[in-house]
Design a protein. Structure first.
Length: 284
């Protein structure tokens, strides 16, 4: 769902899912989450536990469910989640998580809108609705096809917490980057969590192939507490013999099946005098 790397031919050897992925909850009673665990292994059985990760103060039953699956088998069960007495209205996330025998963690996340059966515009929540980022992309494409020229999204499509995907915002803190071969520079992005529970995900640096050896890390994980901010830093460190030039970079932020692409940033790298002399001598 994060469109990261090559798509696998199948699902993971052991998969966990919560469906539907968006629910509205009130204080009247528990929310029931249908959960399934499936094995695509063909070489033998697999065993483990599904652990439910809920916001602090919330109750869940069962909080853990053990499983042992034959090749190709699956298990379905329900968990009842009750919001905490002190929970304020807002958007929360609940994860069903399993750990494979090899140590790899898999999880699926359900979005819970607590105390809000409608969004900020008075519309009922629709689990089939597009995400905010997809809506914005479709609207931009339609407007560009119509020839309005600027491609700016109208105010009614500005991301907000009432939209699917407006829980996290990403702001580039460095509008341009300039460094020299052998030097270092930083590209920083600030992540702001507007939801009522923690957001976990990955931030990936996108740039031309020429910069892949000088920009790092390629991807890194992040956690942002509810209502808080976190800054992620990528380092631009060209070696002394780097040719130099002007490039671009942007950050792709991925969390819970949502995507955010930041604005691109120009990166100017100045070659050393020795490198320029070498290039001239080589006729480049």
């Amino acid at each position: 769902m994060h469109n990261k790397g090559a798509a696998p031919l199948g699902y993971q050897p052991v998969a966990v899912q919560i469906r539907p992925w968006l629910l509205a909850a009130t204080s009247d009673g528990p929310v029931r989450l249908p959960i399934s665990v499936a094995s695509e292994r063909t070489d033998g059985p697999v065993s483990g536990s599904v652990v439910l990760d809920v916001p602090a103060g919330w109750d869940v039953s069962p909080s853990e469910r053990a499983f042992r699956l034959a090749p190709g088998a699956h298990l379905s069960f329900e968990a009842a989640v009750t919001p905490g007495r002190e929970a304020r209205p807002g958007r929360y996330f609940i994860a069903a998580r399993i750990v494979e025998e090899a140590g790899q963690t898999h999880e699926d996340v359900v979005t819970i809108d607590y105390g809000r059966g409608q969004d900020g515009n008075g519309r009922r929540l629709d689990v089939s609705a597009r995400s905010a980022t997809l809506t914005q992309s479709v609207e931009k494409a339609v407007r560009n096809a119509a020839g309005d020229g600027n491609g700016e999204r109208p105010q009614e499509y500005a991301a907000s917490l009432s939209e699917l995907g407006g829980e996290l915002s990403a702001d580039i803190l460095d509008s341009s980057i300039a460094t020299v071969a052998g030097g270092t520079a930083q590209l920083r992005v600030r992540l702001s969590n507007h939801a009522a529970s923690e957001i976990r995900g990955e931030a990936q640096l996108l740039s031309p192939p020429d910069t892949w050896s000088v920009a790092r890390p390629w991807t890194q994980g992040f956690r942002v507490p509810p209502g808080d901010e976190s800054t992620i830093t990528f380092e631009i460190a060209p070696p002394f013999d780097f040719e130099g030039g002007t490039y671009w970079a942007l950050i792709k932020v991925m969390y819970f099946g949502r995507l955010i692409y930041t604005e691109s940033v120009p990166i100017a790298v100045k070659a050393t005098e020795a490198r320029r002399a070498l290039s001239l001598a080589a006729g480049r």
